[in-house]
Design a protein around this ligand. Structure first.
Ligand code: ZN
Length: 308
């Protein structure tokens, strides 16, 4: 039987991302783990990634799909391939449902795409929150995952907006006064932030030096502001690292399979070095871990314990 909450609703986790491929690089093993356990998994992708470029130069080699294309043709082919890559990635990870929120990629900070009226960056705030509220009310997740409030390391306008709409959506979804036409209220129980985990990066960096003699992570990486003290939750994912590598490979136009940044360690080596994903519990209506305590389950406090 599918795991449920005390009210008898099946457990569901909904994760909000900005672009196709973000679901692969952030949290894929955690989502794969919950899917394998029978928890319903929902991906909300806010934009179509229309501003993405080809990041895998090997696809321009003879015999490859991007060989000899003009920039315009390259963009057209990317637009055609990225939804297919997302579908494949979601299949690898085990998402039960993928919802496109329907906005256009805003591009990097200060690029012309920021000004496009169809862009996520330009989207009316309450309307964008409403689109997410509608998905939350329909899919009834107890757990929502979104981006951190602190994104100094990668301040992409779409990533900032993912955070900015998710926090009010968490509150408004359960408030009958907001968006009365968008379905019956549903109050999620916990809101998590992704976190740039310094201790994970350090473990990977040291393993790369020891096993490969080189690491792509230079000083600049370790000068990024440390948020490890905010981590509340460490989900064991050593058996699900394949979801990360498989999903990343599914995004063949976005991820260079020869890059040590992504693939320097094998799944097994990663599992040996740091078999967790770290999360920050940002909001909870069901209590939180005490000082110095770490949760190991996003559904802690929500899950009905199964009688053996
Ligand atoms: Zn992104």
């Amino acid at each position: 039987m599918a795991p449920g909450d005390p009210q008898g609703f099946p457990l569901c986790v909904l994760t909000v991302h900005a672009h196709p491929d973000d679901e692969a690089s952030k949290g894929a093993p955690t989502l794969a783990r919950y899917h394998a356990e029978g928890v319903r998994t929902v991906l909300v992708c806010c934009t179509g990634g229309e501003e993405g470029e080809l990041h895998n130069p090997s696809l321009r080699e003879p015999g490859q799909p991007f060989h000899g294309l003009e920039p315009e043709q390259e963009r057209a082919l990317l637009a055609e391939l990225r939804p297919l890559e997302l579908a494949r990635s979601a299949e690898v990870i085990g998402f039960d449902e993928v919802v496109m929120l329907g906005y256009r990629d805003s591009g990097m900070k200060d690029s012309p795409a920021n000004e496009d009226p169809a862009s996520f960056h330009q989207a009316d705030f309450d309307e964008a929150v409403g689109r997410l509220v509608e998905v939350i009310r329909r899919t009834r997740p107890q757990v929502i995952i979104t981006y951190n409030d602190d994104q100094q390391g990668y301040p992409h306008p779409d990533h900032l907006k993912v955070h900015d709409i998710s926090v009010p959506a968490f509150d408004r979804a359960g408030d009958p006064d907001w968006y009365p036409d968008l379905g019956p209220p549903w109050q999620p129980s916990k809101l998590y932030y992704t976190v740039w985990s310094r201790r994970r990066l350090l473990a990977v960096h040291e393993a790369l030096l020891a096993l490969r003699g080189a690491s792509p992570f230079d000083e600049a990486w370790f000068e990024r502001p440390d948020q490890d003290g905010r981590i509340t939750t460490q989900v064991p994912v050593g058996d699900h690292m394949w979801a990360r590598s498989g999903a990343l490979r599914a995004h063949a136009t976005q991820v260079d399979p020869s890059e040590a940044f992504w693939f320097g360690l094998s799944d097994q080596e990663l599992a040996d070095v740091y078999p967790y994903e770290d999360w920050i519990l940002a909001r909870s209506v069901v209590g939180e871990p005490g000082p110095g305590e770490l949760e190991d389950d996003l559904f802690a406090g929500v899950r009905v314990s199964v009688r053996q």
